[in-house]
Design a protein around this ligand. Structure first.
Ligand SMILES: *[C@@H]1O[C@H](CO)[C@@H](O)[C@H](O)[C@H]1NC(C)=O
Ligand SMILES: *[C@@H]1O[C@H](CO)[C@@H](O)[C@H](O)[C@H]1NC(C)=O
Ligand SMILES: *[C@@H]1O[C@H](CO)[C@@H](O)[C@H](O)[C@H]1NC(C)=O
Length: 330
């Protein structure tokens, strides 16, 4: 009896000393791409061919799965957020319809939508009606490219987006705005949000389209678009979302324009990562096997769909994969 107690105590000691190594990672069987198209700015789902990270098919018989009925009624830059328990899912999108009559980028960035479009689900199949959630202050010109990261320590999401800010004395937003920067707020339910704050801003560079890649329980790499050169760069992080960041020199790719990074880990090969970059027509996929000192090279495109736009890629458990395959046939 005594020795059994000692063994259990020793085992518990080992477990609590190494919480990360003993954490059970879910096993993933495929990937979901949540995206939109320029012609139909609504939510489109693509499902991978098993665990292939390059071969995908458009689901729901080629039709979007959700359409916005709020705000501009167009939705772009789709991001799927979930928590560690995977007990809830939120689809987020920019509230922007560039096909609308009279559309202009100038108006869209001075007096554009300060809200994001949100749908909620507990199973990836039954979705709430869309809500337009105003996340920005009235000094902001727009709220673009939302993404979110679940934080276990505080049981909430950190939501990020891009905006430019006008002087509080310029109610009509007719003057010169600040440079585009990354903003953030926290939320537990995507219904109420903390007051927005700056997250990443540069004195000489407009920044948009930030996306994180989680590389550990609280470690991240992030990708940002420099809008002066229309190229995407990488920063290695230490110390979590609010830790310190080291620029990987240069840009992911020499080509321009590229934007809207979607980053994810390979489900089966440890250490292999992908970034998809939108060349204003469609996503082009890149990969590396050394995320810390990467050289992003072209990934295979066998089975890679044409016309994929700024979206997100989510690894799926068997239950999630099966639910999507059944609810949204090819
Ligand atoms: C963005 O590109 C411009 C033009 O090359 C450069 O001056 C600036 O330093 C770059 N900023 C970042 C954050 O890469
Ligand atoms: C990225 O960060 C990692 C860990 O901090 C470091 O080992 C690596 O050298 C960094 N890479 C670059 C290009 O700075
Ligand atoms: C975007 O990438 C696709 C696939 O690589 C290529 O065919 C197309 O020419 C590119 N378009 C632009 C505008 O660079």
């Amino acid at each position: 009896m005594r020795s059994l107690t000692l063994i259990i105590t020793a085992l518990l000691g080992v477990v609590s000393a190494n919480p990360i190594e003993t954490r059970q990672e879910p096993s993933y069987v495929g990937y979901l791409v949540s995206t939109f198209s320029d012609a139909l700015p609504q939510v489109h789902f693509y499902l991978s061919n098993g665990n292939s990270a390059t071969s995908f098919s458009l689901r729901n018989k080629g039709k979007p799965i959700l359409a916005s009925t709020v705000g501009t009624k167009g939705v772009r830059d789709i991001f799927l957020a979930t928590n560690t328990a995977r007990s809830e899912y939120y689809l987020l999108g920019t509230d922007l319809d560039i096909n609308a009559f009279g559309f202009s980028w100038d108006i869209a960035t001075r007096r554009g939508s300060r809200g994001i479009v949100v749908w909620k689900s507990t199973d990836l199949v039954q979705w709430s009606s869309p809500s337009l959630r105003i996340i920005e202050e009235d000094t902001a010109g727009m709220a673009w490219a939302p993404s979110a990261v679940w934080d276990d320590a505080t049981s909430q999401y950190y939501v990020f987006w891009s905006s430019r800010l006008y002087s509080s004395s310029d109610a009509g937003h007719t003057g010169t705005a600040s440079l585009d920067r990354i903003r953030y707020a926290t939320t537990r339910d995507f219904a109420t949000f903390s007051a927005p704050q700056d997250y990443a801003a540069e004195p000489d560079t407009p920044l948009i389209d930030q996306e994180f890649l989680r590389t550990g329980a609280d470690s991240f790499t992030r990708f940002l678009k420099n809008e002066t050169v229309n190229q995407v760069y990488q920063e290695n992080g230490t110390g979590g979302l609010f830790g310190s960041w080291t620029r990987v020199p240069g840009y992911l790719r020499p080509e321009s324009p590229l934007e809207g990074p979607a980053a994810f880990a390979d489900n089966t090969t440890p250490g292999r990562y992908y970034v998809w970059l939108d060349n204003y027509t469609q996503y082009v996929p890149f990969e590396t096997s050394d995320l810390q000192n990467p050289s992003w090279s072209a990934a295979g495109t066998s089975g890679f769909p044409t016309g994929l736009k700024h979206g997100s890629v989510t690894p799926l458990t068997q239950k999630e994969y099966d639910a999507i395959a059944a609810a949204y046939p090819v």
